[in-house]
Design a protein around this ligand. Structure first.
Ligand SMILES: [Cu+2]
Length: 120
């Protein structure tokens, strides 16, 4: 089971031609959660919700749901780069405002695919 998931995780980016984009962040793997889980839905061409408030200095799980199209969720300030539907990232944020966006050229509305995470 676990081996199968790892194989899939390696195979998917290869199939999508995204090799080289995804970093080796160990905190990001399918299904890993801690604390409150916040699901963020990405579709053509928006994030829902796109304004997210999280508690600072606590584990919070961000989960990407890709409702349609092909989208990702990158929040550089939180070291988050989710590339696939169902992928999660556990963050522990200092108080502040962290922009996030889609980093896959997904179509005409790509530039609108932005949001903000506020930790307080
Ligand atoms: Cu995009």
């Amino acid at each position: 089971m676990r081996k199968g998931m790892i194989t899939l995780a390696i195979a998917m980016p290869l199939m999508l031609g995204l090799v080289g984009c995804a970093g080796g962040n160990q905190s990001q793997q399918a299904g890993k959660t801690s604390g409150q889980v916040i699901e963020i839905s990405a579709s053509n061409f928006q994030f829902q919700p796109n304004k997210i408030e999280i508690p600072a200095n606590k584990d919070v799980t961000l989960k990407l749901k890709v409702a349609n199209g092909i989208h990702s969720l990158e929040a550089p300030g939180l070291d988050v780069n989710l590339q696939e539907d169902g992928q999660t990232a556990v963050v522990r944020a200092k108080p502040g405002t962290y922009p996030f966006f889609c980093n896959i050229p997904c179509g005409t509305g790509h530039g609108k695919m932005k949001g903000t995470i506020v930790a307080k």
